[in-house]
Design a protein around this ligand. Structure first.
Ligand code: SAM
Length: 204
């Protein structure tokens, strides 16, 4: 078992909360923000799965989306709930495991941002996100690319919880989604470029 445990994440978020610091910062992921900004459709219901501190969820809410933001770390969820009340933001934070939770209300958008899981668990999480989508709903996924470990940048260095475009596209296809984009892109980090694995898939 190499997936990071709930206790591992809970400890990280509790420590960050006590220190008044943030693990992921306030800005949304640039690729997610660009893809959402380019959508022709009106904002509807979005789910942000493994949302952490909610940087993408709160950015989406600021653009008119209603957001259900899930994470299995209780401290992360508590932090998102506090922020939603303080900001009056339309973010409903839910403590849930990504491999089993799906939205009761069909969602127009599902975001999975650096939800690094082993292949079977990731396939389960993609399947649950796919089940959560309304017809025509869009899944946006971004992960640390497994083949990029040699460069040593950009997130976990545990290959088993990195992934590839081939694996994420296969999981999305198996979940009944149509693939609109499956590929890689370099992302600038202070230490140099790191490679992300990307997925855009739609429920037909
Ligand atoms: C690298 S962080 C990314 C957080 C956020 N998506 C972002 O980009 O800022 C990965 C997050 O996934 C959550 N996570 C990992 N495994 C999970 C699971 N099985 N179910 C729900 N959340 C999970 C962790 O608690 C953590 O918040």
């Amino acid at each position: 078992m190499t997936s990071r445990s709930r206790d591992f994440w809970e400890d990280r978020y509790r420590t960050a909360t006590e220190a008044g610091s943030s693990l992921w910062g306030a800005d949304p992921n640039g690729w997610i923000a660009d893809r959402v900004a380019a959508l022709a459709t009106q904002p509807g219901l979005a789910i942000d799965v493994g949302a952490g501190e909610g940087r993408n969820a709160f950015w989406l809410a600021g653009r008119g989306w209603r957001v259900v933001a899930t994470d299995f770390a209780a401290s992360a969820v508590a932090g998102m709930r506090r922020r939603a009340v303080e900001a009056g933001a339309a973010v409903d934070a839910v403590e849930a495991d990504a491999t089993t939770w799906h939205s009761a209300e069909p969602a127009d958008l599902a975001v999975l941002c650096y939800l690094q899981l082993e292949p079977d668990a990731l396939a389960d999480a993609i399947a649950r996100a796919a089940e959560s989508l309304a017809r025509g709903g869009l899944l946006l996924g971004i992960w640390h690319d497994r083949d990029d470990v040699a460069r040593g940048l950009g997130g976990t260095m545990t290959p088993a919880i990195r992934t590839t475009p081939e694996e994420t596209a296969a999981a999305a296809r198996a979940a009944g989604l149509e693939i609109e984009l499956s590929g890689r892109r370099d992302r600038d980090t202070p230490a140099g470029p790191a490679c992300d694995c990307l997925l855009v898939a739609r429920r037909p």
